[in-house]
Design a protein around this ligand. Structure first.
Ligand SMILES: C[S@@+](CC[C@H](N)C(=O)[O-])C[C@H]1O[C@@H](n2cnc3c(N)ncnc32)[C@H](O)[C@@H]1O
Length: 424
């Protein structure tokens, strides 16, 4: 781990374990301050970013002045951060439970308040794509308006982590603002592949014919195949590796670490252990005999494309890792050939955290911190693109005149799940 210290001065709000901080640090930025009200996430951030101060407090309690004083900066070059927005997760985009009044969905206002106080030249805000199209795009428009009224030119994009070398089909919204008229040059994708299972062959043909300079999406197995077998509830916090890395990705994340940390799996109740035995690799809850399924499954149509109880295919990227990835009932979190959920370290590998990045807290907290994070590799690609953009010329951006149409197009593309790589 190299020390930060000299690069552009960064404050990370809602810093969690520090996935975003880690990517910016790797790209040479001087991340000097994090803030989060989760005490264990703060301890993780402090452990892995010893040069940074971490404020374990509620964002509502601090002013820009406080942040400057704590960071030791005279001014801030870049504000980064991902305010939680649980109500707008993509799963909930049609759900009536997503409410604009939910205080958890108002945290972006705190982010904007502190951008207004500190007036960094740039900011990068990460969030779930659903925020953009909630209430037919009104919510996203309001967020953009707020930043524009502070004098920032806004750009946004929904990025797929797998396109940047992360072995995960995680889509996230990135909003970048600049207040001196500079244009953000988005990072070029480095990898290519299908999101939908039925389009894999089509995308691979397209890649080989038209984009041979792009690598194929990394797979779950590229990320975790070197890790020792353990059982549900098993594993230890610290042990030695049992074999050499099997892929370049594994070797890169191991770096110089000779110890394997957090390869621990959450215990599963017997009833879930019995149920996942019915699900083979690449299958989901639909293979479980109806009479054995918990009652709530009776309401789910068998044709619904949910990943509940899914056991992912090792030859594809992982599905999105969320805070609950220790709970096999809620997503594709069962190991491909072992009857258990992913371990915390497997989750960290899927998120592209280096193996020497330590998570502090109990196992549930570690799962939460890992699932919440921006994949450091994606954050790093954004940070590198920002470095290029910083030295670019100022130019007036031609923004979408009809924001709602733009949002509708983005939603339609995400819902098609990139069936055809036509946009490229
Ligand atoms: C999506 S996570 C951020 C993850 C982080 N960017 C990373 O890459 O690891 C959002 C974080 O916001 C924190 N949070 C939520 N409400 C907060 C508040 N009112 N004040 C401070 N932190 C808050 C949560 O504890 C959580 O760690």
């Amino acid at each position: 781990m190299t020390a930060s210290g000299t690069g552009p001065r960064v404050i990370d709000l809602f810093s969690g374990a520090g996935g975003l901080s880690e990517g910016f640090r790797q790209a040479g930025y001087n991340v000097r301050l994090g803030l989060d009200f989760d005490a264990e996430a703060c301890r993780t951030h402090a452990f892995n970013h010893p040069d940074a101060t971490i404020l374990n407090t509620d964002v509502h309690e601090v002013s820009g002045k406080d942040l400057l004083a704590e960071s030791g900066f005279g001014e801030v070059d870049v504000m980064i951060g991902g305010p939680s927005c649980q109500g707008f997760s993509t799963q909930g985009r049609r759900g009536s439970w997503a409410s604009e009044d939910d205080p958890r969905n108002m945290l972006y206002r705190q982010y904007a308040r502190l951008v207004g106080d500190l007036r960094p030249e740039w900011f990068v805000m990460e969030n779930v794509p659903g925020l953009l199209w909630f209430n037919k795009g009104e919510f996203g428009r309001r967020i953009f308006d707020q930043f524009e009224s502070l004098g920032y030119q806004i750009q946004h994009k929904i990025v797929l982590a797998a396109d940047f070398g992360v072995p995960q089909l995680r889509r996230r919204l990135m909003i970048v603002g600049n207040r001196v008229g500079k244009v953000f040059q988005w990072p070029e994708q480095t990898h290519m592949g299908a999101v939908r299972r039925d389009a894999i062959a089509l995308w691979e043909k397209r890649r080989l014919e038209k984009f041979p300079h792009l690598e194929r999406h990394l797979t779950l197995w590229d990320a975790i195949s070197d890790l020792p077998a353990i059982s549900a509830g098993g594993g230890v916090e610290e042990r030695r590796y049992t074999k050499a890395p099997l892929t370049a990705y594994q070797a890169a994340l191991r770096g110089s670490s000779d110890l394997l940390f957090d390869h621990q799996a959450t215990p599963l109740p017997q009833v879930h252990l019995d149920l996942i035995k019915h699900v083979a690799e690449g299958q989901t809850w639909r293979e479980i005999p109806q009479e054995l399924l918990p009652e709530r499954f009776a309401k789910i149509r068998r044709t619904d494309g949910t990943n509940l109880f899914a056991r992912p295919d090792r030859n594809r990227p992982s599905y999105t890792i969320i805070t609950q990835f220790g709970n096999v009932t809620t997503g594709a979190y069962t190991h491909p050939n072992q009857d258990r959920a992913f371990t915390a370290r497997e989750g960290a590998r899927i998120q592209s955290f280096p193996d020497d990045f330590r998570f502090i807290g109990n196992l549930t907290s570690k799962y939460r911190q890992i699932g919440n994070a921006v994949p450091p590799l994606l954050a790093r690609r954004m940070a590198e693109a920002l470095t290029v953009s910083m030295s670019g010329e100022s130019a007036e951006l031609v923004l979408d005149l009809d924001f709602r149409n733009a949002v509708a197009r983005e939603q339609a593309a995400a819902e098609r799940d990139d069936l055809l790589p036509a946009a490229m």
